[in-house]
Write a protein that binds this ligand. Structure first.
Ligand code: F6R
Length: 602
């Protein structure tokens, strides 16, 4: 969630550092800072607030230094403030560092350092790092960093500069991402790819336990013992335009509209002549598997609920679906007969990563579904299948979610095939999946209708989403999306549960979004909706082509599609509803308050 940029080269560092930080703004932050270095000393500037506040405090033309580091912080230890912002410097102002992650043993380290006479200026865990480096530094910065990181427990990506070697930048990492790239004018490092994509597409993705020394024309990778390592560059297939808004008002709307293409890409090569091709599942012998766990956070957890429903319908196995933050501390049985599936857009979510590591320790078989190539989770899981949604910049997950549903459908079908349990109408499901990009396009054509319905939220502070069976998964995702970007309180209820209490909340003009796409229960949901209409609710009904729903004013019918796939078109509609609800309320849609794109701390 914090962002790091670093540069050393032949041109001015400041504009490069700021531009890199701008491209990481989508990750969410509460303060920003830079250190520029030359043989005359360090210049450190940091500000609470937006990058624009930092820029306003800097005389941009005055700084000709060609080496520096930058940071955007999302507070974990210590409130958002100027003092707690990074970079942090040592007392002599000869070393400056930025840090992503959390140092779990920082209190102990801090006490030891204070006893040695070090003075702390911030409440952060990160400040211990700069004092430790200062303590260990005896002329060789890599050695000092190597000694420092060996004392740290927790997660970190660190970037360091010093006045002793003003044209060098040093990095080290464990459990927080860090990449390095080279171009003609200098050498770059960053916590995430968009920050350096403008300069190079060939990067080194550092592994845990690696450090790097950057000079204007070289990169040296070392382990923590300072032994040199040979590492390969990875070519990044994205281009920068994929990370720009491309004519839409927001990244979120752009990403909602990218769903047909994202789904097409996710299906590409995975269904050939009506057969599912997922070689990553070849090694899984379902006769060895007794339990299946599905683990993720937030929206990705809703994708797990969807997969759980499919597994319950098709596979004869005990399946649980648990948020990663609960799973990692729970008493869930995991052994070599357990298949654990982790779903994550970023591949970096701390709770999901911890749950994955726990399952590996207990010898469970692990599969990750991720959207980010080379992400931590994808590197650790036994097998990773990628959704091909492309970079998702808006904080609210949209195209990552629908591609997760698509890929999970294929995964569960494939596992069912292995057990000779594939549903009889598997061919219909596959044909409908292949039609899904077109179906989603039809949903996008209802943009204006969803915008009109979102106007119902004008004077409302609450909204209720109701549905049964698989629709209950879509209502949970619909409610989360509306909450997180519009700040309208939204709840998801089983339609049949309303009358057991929650119906007391329904009054004149209360907004209710009702989903009735599951043939066996749609009529029942519709009669539950009538109970809410009788109490004055403003109901928007999303149902199928043939479902009888006489007398409904606000009704949307999704195209004919196999019922297990109805969650996908329905989700596109609820995404648009949430989006226009947020626009109506004047929210910062791409960067909702208090949220970060990738939650890399617990
Ligand atoms: C909601 C949202 C979050 C993420 C969650 C997991 O729109 O984006 O709930 O789904 O933080 O993130 P990943 O999928 O990166 O593990």
């Amino acid at each position: 969630m914090c962002g790091i940029t670093g540069f050393t080269g032949e041109v001015r560092a400041l504009p490069i550092l700021l531009r890199g930080l701008e491209s990481l703004e989508y990750r969410g932050y509460d303060s920003a800072g830079v250190t520029l270095v030359s043989d005359k000393g360090l210049v450190t500037e940091k500000q609470k607030g937006r990058l624009a506040d930092l820029e306003a405090s800097l005389d941009l033309d005055a700084h000709s230094q060609t080496t520096g580091i930058g940071h955007t912080r999302w507070a974990t230890h210590g409130i958002p403030s100027q003092l707690n912002s990074h970079p942090h410097t040592n007392e002599a102002e000869t070393i400056s560092i930025v840090h992503n992650g959390i140092i779990e043993n920082y209190q102990t380290l801090k006490e030891e350092l204070i006893k040695k006479g070090y003075i702390f200026h911030s409440q952060t865990d990160s400040e211990t790092i700069v004092h430790l480096i200062d303590y260990y530094y005896q002329g060789d910065m890599m050695e000092a960093i190597g000694k420092t990181v060996k004392k740290l427990e927790g997660s970190y990506a660190i970037c360091v500069v010093t006045t002793e070697h003003p044209d060098e930048v040093y990095v080290a990492k464990s459990q927080s991402p860090m990449i390095v790239g080279m171009a003609d004018d200098g050498t770059y490092c960053a916590s995430d790819i968009p920050a350096i994509l403008e300069y190079t597409k060939d990067v080194i993705i550092l592994e845990d336990g690696q450090m790097a020394k950057l000079t204007p024309h070289s990169v040296q990778i070392l382990d923590f013992e300072c032994n040199p390592l040979k590492v390969e560059f990875t070519h990044i297939p994205y281009d920068m335009t994929a990370a720009q808004k491309g004519g839409y008002d927001t990244f979120m709307l752009k990403e909602i509209y990218e769903q047909p293409e994202a789904i097409r890409e996710t299906l590409r090569g995975r269904v050939e002549h009506g057969k599912i091709v997922l070689p990553q599942l070849d090694s899984i012998d379902m006769s060895d598997i007794q339990y299946v766990h599905l683990v993720a956070c937030g929206t990705a957890y809703h994708a797990c609920l969807y997969a759980q429903s499919l597994i319950q319908q098709w596979l004869d196995r005990i399946v649980t679906c648990v948020p990663a933050s609960e799973f990692r501390y729970g008493y869930h049985h995991v052994d070599e007969k357990t298949l654990c599936i982790f779903v994550t857009q970023s591949g970096e979510t701390a709770d999901t990563l911890a749950a994955l590591k726990m399952c590996k320790e207990k010898k469970g078989k692990t599969i990750a579904i991720s959207n980010v190539l080379g992400s931590s989770i994808s590197r650790i899981a036994d097998e990773t299948l990628y959704t091909c949604a492309g970079p998702e910049i808006a904080v609210a997950s949209t195209k990552a979610f629908t591609t997760q549903l698509v890929l999970l459908t294929l995964v569960v079908l494939k596992l069912a095939e292995k057990m000779n349990k594939a549903p009889k109408d598997e061919d219909v499901i596959l044909a409908d999946l292949m039609r899904m990009p077109k179906i989603v396009e039809e949903m996008l054509a209802l943009d204006g209708t969803m915008k009109k319905y979102a106007d119902f939220l004008q004077d409302q502070h609450d909204a209720y989403f109701i549905g049964r069976q698989m629709d209950y998964i879509s209502v949970q995702e619909g409610a989360l999306k509306l909450k997180e970007i519009s700040y309208v309180h939204a709840d998801a209820y089983y339609a049949g549960e309303l009358k057991h209490g929650s119906i007391a909340l329904i009054e004149e003009n209360t907004v209710v979004i009702a989903l009735a796409t599951q043939p066996e229960v749609a009529a029942k949901t519709i009669s539950n909706i009538e109970e809410t209409i009788a109490r004055g609710a403003n109901v928007i009904l999303i149902t199928t082509q043939n479902q009888e729903a006489p007398g409904f004013k606000n009704i949307i019918r999704i195209p004919d599609v196999h019922p297990v796939l109805a969650n996908i078109p329905v989700t596109v509609l609820t995404q648009l509803f949430a989006y226009y609800g947020a626009v109506l309320k004047g929210r910062d849609v791409d960067k909702p308050r208090n949220l970060a794109k990738s939650v890399t701390v617990e």
